[in-house]
Write a protein that binds this ligand. Structure first.
Ligand code: GDG
Length: 488
């Protein structure tokens, strides 16, 4: 952290993300913020307020700009703060948000970036609303920004924002992080020329642009070259009056929190209950309902396992949790119905009075229950057909203080680049999944421990706190490089 220290110039940290990570409750003229316990929230809290040598003014609250569906409009402009954060809700009119968030973000950018171009919908009204919404976020930033503030913009909902800030506030440092896969140029070029250019130029308004993996970095650099003619030297793009650094920063988790959860009484209780009520081998998966998560492929792989390895019948329980998401959209309803049918078919074909192969739940799980499942399962079966990173696999590994359990992980998840000791599978290949399940069940404990140890060391050393430090270290180093160039 030493090279982050820069006391004389320390300003505030402004995070801009689509959603505010707070529940805002207003009662009897009192407004209260309840913050979510997500990784990004704890990481920035620790960076600004708990670490010695923080690059930010630790006496100042972290400023968070984001959309809040549930914030009453009469609170607009009021100070919404707790001890550590100051929230700045952005109000987006419903019609704009439909075309912006449901439309441009979820009907176009999401499928394109997850290699489902056939699901991508193109509509001029989507892009118009995308511009309008990015401008609404900009207006909020413009209201609060001070000269030494550093702005950190998050994700694909806000790709135009870095350049909007750069144009108006050229002296402020801006970071941008992209949480989903940046696609190969052949997919990116499916966007109309004007939109592609706006996106590349918008993102390049930042000083440091981060992705999860080197592949995404390479794809972005190629897009920047093809679309706007920006070449790069070792991931530095020279923009005539400034330099942009594009690099990979694989997001991580709060390792200690997940590792120590193993011994929490509530988690232990859940674990014991799960082990007592299920068969001798337990497979677990949990994800949001989304076509990128490969839920149907996972079921086909499991079905193949039951077909080709009948010795395992009645000895395995597959607990599959699907968290409701976007289920007002027709495509998602169809997917949900396909999943329901496939689970029903597998259970009907293979199950009997003593055994239900798949225990399927369509709901969100409370934290203790989730950790109970992680720590009770012999196998975590994680099979996205495309995933920016995938945090569930890192949480599973971190939670295994007993160093038991096997991670089966899709090669299409960003996390596969870091977790080579998992059993890496192709999620489209049923036989590959089936064989990996058998191999996991037969893996000696010694080998499980060896693999877990290697993966745990990596996640422990590069946890979510290291991730934020790494990002801001790059920002400071870039500033020093600018300084050096100015003096040459
Ligand atoms: C995007 C990218 C990238 C899930 N179900 C429950 C629950 N969860 C928690 C998990 C985990 C998180 O939600 C899911 O994280 P992922 O990374 O798997 O997925 P996305 O939401 O798609 O996130 C992804 C991520 O951004 C970060 O950059 O890794 O690739 O798509 O933390 O634990 N938590 C609880 N109950 C549930 O039922 N308590």
């Amino acid at each position: 952290m030493k090279n982050l220290k820069n006391k004389e110039k320390s300003g505030r940290l402004i995070i801009v993300a689509y959603r505010l990570p707070f529940k805002i409750i207003s009662e009897n003229d009192q407004v209260q913020l309840f913050q979510n316990s997500g990784g990004l929230v704890s990481a920035v809290l620790s960076l600004v307020h708990e670490q010695e040598g923080s690059p930010f003014n630790s006496e100042e609250k972290i400023q968070w700009v984001g959309f809040s569906e549930n914030t009453p409009e009469e609170l607009e402009g009021q100070s919404l703060a707790n001890d550590s954060f100051q929230a700045h809700p952005v109000f987006i009119p419903t019609e704009v948000n439909e075309n912006y968030y449901e439309g441009f973000c979820n009907n176009l950018i999401w499928p394109l970036c997850h290699y489902f171009p056939s699901l991508a919908k193109f509509d001029d009204a989507y892009f118009e609303s995308y511009q309008i919404a990015n401008k609404l976020f900009f207006d909020k930033v413009a209201e609060i920004i001070q000269p030494d503030d550093v702005v950190w913009v998050q994700d694909y909902q806000l790709m135009l924002l870095p350049d909007m800030i750069r144009q108006q506030f050229p002296q402020n440092k801006i970071g941008f992080f992209f949480h989903i896969p940046f696609p190969s140029f052949e997919l990116f070029r499916m966007l109309p020329v004007k939109w592609r250019k706006a996106i590349i130029d918008g993102i390049l308004g930042a000083d440091v642009v981060g992705f999860h993996t080197n592949d995404y970095v390479e794809y972005f650099l190629k897009a920047a070259r093809m679309v706007s003619g920006y070449g790069n030297k070792l991931h530095y793009i020279n923009m005539s009056n400034r330099i942009v650094k594009v690099d990979s920063f694989p997001i991580s988790i709060d390792y200690k929190k997940f590792n120590s959860a193993f011994d929490e009484p509530a988690v232990k209780k859940e674990r014991e209950q799960v082990r007592a009520s299920l068969k001798e081998k337990i497979i677990f998966s949990v994800d949001r309902l989304d076509y990128s998560k490969g839920i149907l492929h996972r079921l086909h792989g499991f079905q193949r396992f039951l077909e080709v390895y009948p010795d395992w019948h009645e000895k395995v329980s597959f607990v599959m949790v699907v968290v409701p998401s976007r289920d007002s959209i027709e495509q998602y309803q169809q997917m949900k119905s396909d999943i329901d049918q496939t689970v029903g078919r597998i259970n009907a074909n293979f199950g009997n009075i003593n055994w239900q192969p798949i225990i399927y739940q369509y709901r969100s799980m409370p934290y203790d229950e989730l950790l109970g499942m992680y720590t009770a399962s012999d196998v975590a079966l994680i099979t996205p057909v495309r995933d920016g990173m995938n945090l569930v696999c890192k949480e599973y590994v971190a939670s295994r203080k007993d160093k038991k359990g096997v991670l089966i992980l899709s090669e299409m998840a960003g996390a596969a680049a870091e977790l080579g000791e998992a059993l890496i599978i192709n999620p489209l290949d049923d036989q590959d999944i089936a064989d990996a399940i058998k191999r996991a069940f037969e893996m000696p404990e010694e080998e499980q421990t060896k693999r877990m140890n290697a993966m745990q060391t990596r996640i422990r050393e590069y946890d979510v706190f290291a991730w934020t430090n790494d990002f801001f270290t790059q920002m400071i180093m870039l500033e020093q490089e600018h300084e050096r160039l100015r003096q040459v």
